[in-house]
Design a binder for this molecule. Structure first.
Ligand code: HEM
Length: 176
């Protein structure tokens, strides 16, 4: 009897779900992309080339083998596309900022290949901590890099020299 009389009134007083600001209700902060770079903000950190995780090659041979900055840009972009669409690892990348990754990975490659860039991204350990990456994920990522380099015509020996520079970073980018 009580319910029959009051239920219609109770229902009427409840705001329709569409009117509720769920982000506000749950304290979710809205993050906005930088209007110029299109990137999402990250926690402050000290920028330094040392964050790239490897020292650059001497001379300009490696940069030339990779086709200079244009070639490196192509490789970095292809590498990012492959990683974000690879069914083996795309779920690890899905929640992360592709725009920033595209820029920082290009800078890192360009810096290490001594093609005239500085690296402004975070260090490998802090940017990969908590991602839950395993050895198999690293293998998949390396295969994608090999494919991107191969498609750009980087000679096999130069591919391997570059991979050897990245190899010591494994401990920092793998979680378990
Ligand atoms: C030697 C191997 C690797 C290198 C050189 C590398 C390089 C980088 C660089 C330069 C960044 C950008 C850091 C920044 O935003 O400041 C980054 C971020 C990231 N990497 Fe790697 N990475 C490696 C391995 C991996 C692996 C194996 C995975 C997973 C399959 C992975 C997933 C990610 C993700 C999801 C981010 C974005 C993190 C964020 O936005 O907070 N990386 N990586």
């Amino acid at each position: 009897m009580f319910l029959a009389a009051f239920l219609p009134i109770m229902l009427m007083q409840q705001a329709p779900a569409d009117d509720i600001d769920w982000d506000k209700e749950f304290g979710v902060e809205e993050v906005e992309r930088d209007p110029v770079t299109g990137e999402l903000p990250v926690e402050p950190y000290v920028q330094a080339n040392a964050n790239a995780g490897a020292t650059p090659f001497a001379g300009d041979t490696m940069a030339a083998r990779f086709g200079g900055q244009n070639g490196i840009r192509q490789i970095a972009n292809r590498f990012v596309d492959l990683n974000f669409s690879d069914p083996r690892i795309r779920t690890i990348f899905a929640a992360h900022d592709e725009v920033r990754f595209r820029r920082t990975i290009f800078e890192q490659f360009c810096y290490i290949l001594n093609a005239g860039c500085n690296y402004s991204g975070r260090d490998m350990e802090s940017s990969h901590s908590g991602l839950g990456t395993r050895k198999a994920d690293l293998n998949a990522l390396v295969e994608n890099l090999q494919q991107a380099m191969r498609e750009e015509g980087v000679p096999f020996a130069a591919q391997n020299r570059f991979l050897a520079k990245l190899a010591p970073m494994s401990a920092d980018v793998i979680d378990r």
